[in-house]
Design a protein around this ligand. Structure first.
Ligand code: FAD
Length: 566
């Protein structure tokens, strides 16, 4: 007689009574569900507290418990297994240009939006730690499902660009901040809440948006908030079900930023044609499309010819979120790995008790904790930048460093974590393949590595105050340790002792990132982490791969930090 009971978590829950010894399942970990992603992540909690945002921990605690439930974890699996479908036409041949999502996607979106993850910094009663709270929450929810953070991120991030034209902001901001998820396809003024996307990339150029060929013609003189008609295309537009998009197009006065709603103000469907959905490596739950415009209604945001400075306000926000997403993928993959090796036995003992596995997990923990510290410090800078010029200057340079460093570290960390699960890590029923496929995207979109390194160079040459502010922040914490002091000096020297700054821009970012990471650890007050970081990342006692920490370090205790304590 055999009985197999499956709960709603079909891939994770198993209770076997097979009555046949050879079919008994043992030496596999229990399902990792119903755990609190905040309370089981001590570095996140202490980073929030150490950055002065202790007052928000209760909110994060509640959210962490919710996103770790078996129900939400299952939504993540379902939304990725049942990917969006584009419907360009109805059965009669009329264009409809709509995307169909699985109900699990809608549940994930609803959870994020009802918690204000798309709007916290812009709400009327926003807390002084709105960015910090939001980033910590996004970091937790993205661990469970990363695709839905894209429209959430874009909706939050477009606001500073919209605010450059009062009439546009007055109309759209109240619609964004309702905390109501309304996926219906109707004019925005008839909906209880809206989402916004963006389109910059065209076939002939993504990083170099000056190559955009889409054209915009003013109606009745145009000008900020005025009507334009737009013809052309965008090669990548994620989340095409959004209610409006910020796009770039060539106006008579040069490259400009426009808001394109899905419906025109007189209640007609606007002519945004969804041509195809991209068949992507990862980010499968999220729809990314190619769009064509034909005499499409748009409103100018900012001024003609000022498209890049206008939309860059949005890009700053999405780059913060890319940093968050990288850190989040690192943490979740390490959580999965540490959970597995805690329960999996081989050659007579649990894998976590093997010195070599401890070295691998500890090394991954070092990298992941640094990513979390950078993410939280940056989020706090976003909060303080509005009231503190030093923080605004610091943010200018810290943002490209964090975006570059964290998103590039993500794939190696996720790949090594996958290996900790052995063969199980390569099987689609585990979460690892999804995390792995997702891991490169944050380094590609919102400025690929070289573009980010060149952005840093631009800040160094054109905004020297940002460099000054950055080093003021670092030097406050570089006294404690000679290695840290030397790293900060090396980073400083790299900016000025160079014969070919463009060719050396990546090296500059790396040295700045390592110096910043080291001072963040000092600021965080964690001696074990500092010792491991100094030895491996600053003094070079480290091989080419993870698991090569020097053995005089507290490897076992660092490794055990990665295991979620339920
Ligand atoms: C899943 C996904 C979703 C996306 N969603 C959107 C979206 O919603 N809206 C949108 O507008 N775009 C979107 N994109 C596009 C994305 O932002 C671009 O692909 C990215 O900015 C790079 O542009 P590109 O593809 O044209 O590459 P290119 O600009 O051709 O760059 C190719 C490579 O050259 C490097 N490079 C560029 N300039 C230089 C230089 N001066 N020196 C040295 N190296 C350089 C880049 O770093 C990159 O490695 C999405 C992309 C993906 C993968």
């Amino acid at each position: 007689m055999w009985l197999i009971r499956r709960g709603n978590l079909s891939t994770l829950t198993r209770e076997y009574d097979l009555g046949m010894k050879s079919l008994e399942v043992h030496n596999q970990p229990p399902p990792l569900v119903d755990y609190n992603l905040f309370r089981t992540d001590p570095v996140l909690e202490s980073a929030v507290v150490n950055e002065g945002a202790g007052s928000v921990t209760e909110t994060l605690d509640l959210f962490g418990a919710r996103v770790g439930t078996a129900e939400v974890i299952e939504w993540g699996y379902l939304a990725n297994r049942n990917i969006p479908i584009l419907h360009t036409h109805d059965q009669y041949g009329s264009r409809i240009d709509q995307v169909e999502f699985h109900p699990a996607w809608h549940s994930l979106m609803d959870l994020a939006i009802t918690h204000g993850l798309h709007s916290l910094p812009w709400e009327g009663d926003a807390s002084e730690f709105a960015h910090t709270t939001r980033i910590a929450q996004m970091y937790m929810s993205s661990q469970i499902e990363a695709g839905h953070f894209c429209p959430i991120s874009m909706t939050t991030s477009v606001v500073p660009s919209l605010q450059m034209t009062e009439s546009v902001a007055d109309l759209w901001l109240p619609r964004i901040t309702t905390r109501s998820y309304d996926p219906t396809f109707r004019p925005a003024d008839k909906k209880s809440g809206v989402l916004l996307g963006m389109g910059m990339t065209e076939k002939q150029g993504g990083s170099d948006v000056r190559a955009n060929t889409t054209e915009a013609f003013p109606v009745n003189g145009g000008g900020p908030g005025g009507e334009y008609r737009i013809t052309g295309h965008k090669w990548f537009v994620s989340a095409p079900m959004c209610d409006a998009f910020l796009i770039l197009a060539q106006a008579p006065g040069g490259l400009s930023c426009f808001l394109l709603p899905r419906w025109t103000p007189d209640g007609q469907v606007n002519t945004l044609r969804l041509m195809r959905l991209k068949d992507k490596v990862g980010n499968r739950s999220n729809a990314s499309s190619e769009i064509e415009f034909e005499d499409t209604y748009g409103e100018l945001v900012g001024y003609e010819g000022r498209g890049i400075p206008t939309i860059i306000e949005m890009v700053n926000g999405t780059r913060l979120d890319c940093t968050m997403a990288g850190a989040s993928l690192m943490r979740q993959s390490l959580t999965q790995a540490a959970w597995h090796v805690k329960y999996r036995h081989a050659f007579g003992s649990a894998l976590i008790d093997k010195p070599l596995m401890q070295n691998v997990i500890a090394d991954l923990e070092v990298e992941t904790e640094v990513a979390t510290l950078m993410m939280m410090r940056l989020a706090v800078a976003f909060d303080r930048a509005a009231v503190d010029p030093q923080e605004a200057a610091f943010k200018r340079i810290a943002l490209p460093i964090a975006k570059y460093w964290v998103t590039k570290q993500t794939t190696p960390v996720v790949r090594e974590a996958m290996e900790c699960l052995g063969g199980n890590g390569y099987i689609e029923e585990s979460m690892m393949p999804r995390l792995f496929r997702e891991s490169p995207v944050n380094a590609i979109w919102e400025g690929s590595g070289n573009v980010i390194a060149l952005d840093l160079l631009r800040a160094v040459t054109r905004e020297p105050d940002s460099v000054k502010a950055f080093f003021v922040d670092l030097e406050e914490f570089d006294d404690a340790n000679a290695d840290v002091r030397a790293a900060v000096q090396r980073a400083k020297d790299s900016l000025y002792n160079t014969s070919d700054p463009e060719a050396e821009a990546r090296m500059m970012v790396e040295l700045l990132a390592k110096a910043w990471a080291a001072t963040l650890i000092v600021r965080h007050g964690d001696q074990d982490l500092l010792d491991a970081y100094s030895s491996s990342r600053l003094r070079g006692h480290h091989g080419s791969h993870f698991g090569t920490l020097a053995t005089d370090l507290p490897i076992e205790s660092l490794a055990r930090r990665a295991i979620p304590a339920l």
